[in-house]
Design a protein around this ligand. Structure first.
Ligand SMILES: *Cc1c(COP(=O)(O)O)cnc(C)c1O
Length: 381
């Protein structure tokens, strides 16, 4: 039987790379935009766009109708401005004392959580001669950066009292929006709406990806879409939310660098964790745990070679991984190997790796190391 592979090698000097399908980003943003209108879509591109490359993801998302970008740090916002992205940016994380002047100069919106920060930011804004848009984060049970509900009104007044600041938004972040039982999120949502109304602030936002799909009444002025942008269903256990129409964006590939024929009983890789139960053909891949391919994927994990599954054998090394090609006899040196993504009729979704590693796609994507080049592709137009 002849296997065909739909994967091909790009012109990069790397043994492992991630293909970022910008047409899928645009598809996902359009899908979200249609679903939530008249609410808008903010594209969450923190952590280098969840490991997809923040600048290229931002441009694609904006082309497809995203109204603004969200990052976690002022440094991430600065990197986008350096990449000539002039769209509105909201930095969601805590505003560090050393970042106040930069935040004012970059013309981004920031989150202010104390009166003291409001006063200091006001000085930076006045010195820069511009107005800094400010958002207040209201806690809904994360116990992270949000302010307790009872402090929000006073904080809003303190911000409004400062020169150079414009209280633009009030928002929250739900801790349990993927829970099949919607009750806790519905209550948090109503409490947030009440507090937000009292402040009279122009923009309200609450829903990340999971809540955007599941709670129409939580979409407010815009949703903050992260994982949905990257094509992973945020809440696969919450029934049919429509997230099934999202398209995966990232394909992680490597190449077959060498073949080894081993005899029954031969051990493979460090520590003899696997020995061949029969004469076997082993393939060596140019990707390892330093690239983010977690050691815990062996035993049990597999990759795609010529559109078929090849099990990982023995310990995953820093730069290399061995796979079993006994059942794929036509596999050859130079073949493209797929760690995440589709090849022929087979595919490996980020959720498959996440389940195996008892984690979530967020950690799989952001765990792909910086040395793995992110290459923009357009699979659909
Ligand atoms: C990361 C983040 C988001 C995006 O979450 P997804 O689940 O990836 O959509 C939204 N809001 C805040 C406050 C975040 O930190």
């Amino acid at each position: 039987m002849t296997q065909i592979s739909t994967a091909s090698t790009p012109a990069v000097s790397a043994t492992s790379w991630a293909e970022i399908d910008l047409s899928a980003i645009r598809h996902n943003v359009s899908l979200l935009a249609r679903m939530v209108e008249p609410a808008a879509v903010a594209a969450v591109v923190k952590a280098d766009g969840y490991g997809h490359g923040a600048a290229q993801v931002s441009r694609a998302a904006l082309e497809a109708g995203a109204a603004l970008l969200c990052v976690f740090t002022v440094a991430e916002a600065e990197a986008l401005r350096d990449a000539d992205i002039g769209a509105p940016i909201l930095s969601l994380g805590p505003l560090l004392p050393g970042d106040l002047a930069r935040a004012a100069a970059l013309e981004i919106a920031v989150v202010v959580d104390t009166q003291e920060t409001a006063e200091r930011l006001s000085i930076a804004a006045v010195e820069n001669g511009n107005r800094v848009p400010v958002h207040i984060n209201v806690d809904s049970g994360m116990q992270r950066y949000g302010r307790p509900r009872e402090e929000v009104q006073a904080l809003a007044e303190a911000i409004r009292a400062q020169q150079g600041l414009e209280l633009e938004g009030v928002f929250t972040h739900f801790p349990d929006a993927t829970n099949p039982d919607p009750e806790a999120t519905l209550i948090a949502l109503q409490q947030f709406a009440r507090i937000a109304d009292r402040t009279g602030v122009r923009q309200r936002h609450a829903a990340a990806s999971a809540a955007a799909f599941r709670f129409a009444e939580g979409r407010f002025d815009f949703i903050r879409a992260g994982i949905a942008l990257y094509g992973a269903n945020p809440a696969p256990d919450a029934g049919d939310t429509g997230a099934g129409a999202l398209r995966p964006v990232l394909s992680w590939r490597s190449t077959l660098l060498a073949l080894r024929d081993v005899a029954r009983g031969d051990m493979v890789s460090y520590g003899g964790l696997w020995s061949a139960p029969r004469d076997s053909r082993i393939g060596v891949l140019g990707v390892g745990y330093a690239d983010g391919l977690r050691r815990a994927l062996s035993p049990g994990g597999s990759v795609l070679v010529r559109g078929r599954r090849a099990p990982i054998r023995g310990a995953i090394c820093m730069d290399s991984t061995m796979v079993d090609l006994t059942e794929i006899p036509d596999a050859d040196v130079g073949d493209v190997v797929t760690l995440i993504g589709a090849d022929g009729g087979e595919s490996i979704h980020a959720w498959e790796l996440a389940r195996r590693l008892e984690t979530i796609p967020y950690e799989i994507f952001t765990g792909i190391a910086a040395r793995v080049p992110r290459i923009a592709v357009e699979l659909d137009g």
